[in-house]
Ligand binder design. Sequence first.
Ligand code: NAP
Length: 296
Amino acid sequence: MTLIFIAGASGFVGEHLVDYLIARGYAVKCLARSGKKQKLLSSKGAAVVSGDITDPGTLKGVLSPDDFVVHLVGIIEEKRDATFRSVHRDGTANLVAEARRAGVRHFFYQSALGADKASWSGYLKTKAEAEEIVKQSGLRHTIFRPSLIIGPWDGFTRKLVDMVKLSPVLPIPGEGRARFQPVYIKDWLACLGKVIETPDAFVSTYDIGGPEQLSYREMVEKLSKALGYSRPSFTIPMGLMKFGASVLEKVLPAPPVTSDQLRLLEQDNICDPKSLEKNFGVVPATYEAALKEFIS
Ligand SMILES: NC(=O)c1ccc[n+]([C@@H]2O[C@H](COP(=O)([O-])OP(=O)(O)OC[C@H]3O[C@@H](n4cnc5c(N)ncnc54)[C@H](OP(=O)(O)O)[C@@H]3O)[C@@H](O)[C@H]2O)c1
C-alpha cells in the first residue's frame, strides 16, 4: 500500500495535510524533530520517525520504494544554523538523495510563488535552487509554487488578527500596494489530494493561487471587517519600517518581522487567477469566503 511520507508535517500546512489524509484512510508517516511534535502527530494516527533534513544521517532508511514523499520543510526566517541555504537547498538535497536511494514512487516539493535563482531574497533564491535539485533528481515529481496559504491558523493571519484586535489603528508598511493571491488551505489540500490520487497526471510545476489579487492593505481591511472591527489605517514609510526591523533583528532572537519579509511585501506575488481551476478542476474560495469560514 502507498504510504504518504511527510517532511514538515508539524507545520501549519503539514498538520492540515495529516488530518486530511488520515480522514481519507491513507497510511501516513511523518518526519519530525521535537518530542512534543512527534507526540502530537502520533495522536492524530500517523507513524512518526525522528529526523532533521539538514542532518543526512537522521534520514538513512526512513523511506521505502512505495512511499509518496511530501516535502513541506521550509523556514521564513533564518535562525543561527538554520539558514535558507542549509534548510531549503542542502536539506532538499539530503531528502532527495535518500528518496533516490530508496527509489520512492513520487516526490512532491512545496516551493513558493516567485521562486527565482536570481532573486535578492534568500528565501526565494533557495526555493528555486531546491526546485532545481528535485527537477534534476530523476525522481517522478510534482512541484507546487503557492502564494500565501491561509487557514486556521497560519502565521500571517494570526499576526494580522492580533494586530487588528490590539491596535486602534492599522499600520500599513509602505503603500501596501503589492498584490498577493491568498489561497485557502482547503483548496491547496484538494489540489494535492488529486496529485496523490493520480500522480502520473501531475508531473509538472504548478503556480498555486486563489481567485483574487489583493494588496496587503485590502487583506488587512477585509480581515478587520471579518472580525467585526472598523479600524482606520495609516501608512508607515517603508524606510522607517526597515530601519526598525533591522534594529530588532540585532537585539531580538525572534523579531516580529525581518527586513527581508518587509521587502517581500513590496513585490507582487501573483499568478493566473484561474490556475487551480485549469490545472486541478478546483474552484478556489475568495479571501472573504475563506475568512468567513475559519475566523467565525
Ligand atoms: N504558509 C504559506 O503561506 C506558504 C506559502 C508558500 C510556500 N510555503 C511553503 O510551504 C511549506 C510549509 O509551510 P508552513 O506554513 O506549513 O510552514 P511552517 O508552519 O513554518 O512549518 C515548517 C515545517 O518545517 C519543519 N522544519 C523546519 N526545519 C526543519 C528541519 N531542519 N528538519 C525537519 N523539519 C524541519 C518544521 O518543523 P518544526 O515543527 O520542528 O519546526 C515544520 O514542520 C514551507 O516550505 C513554506 O516555505 C508556505
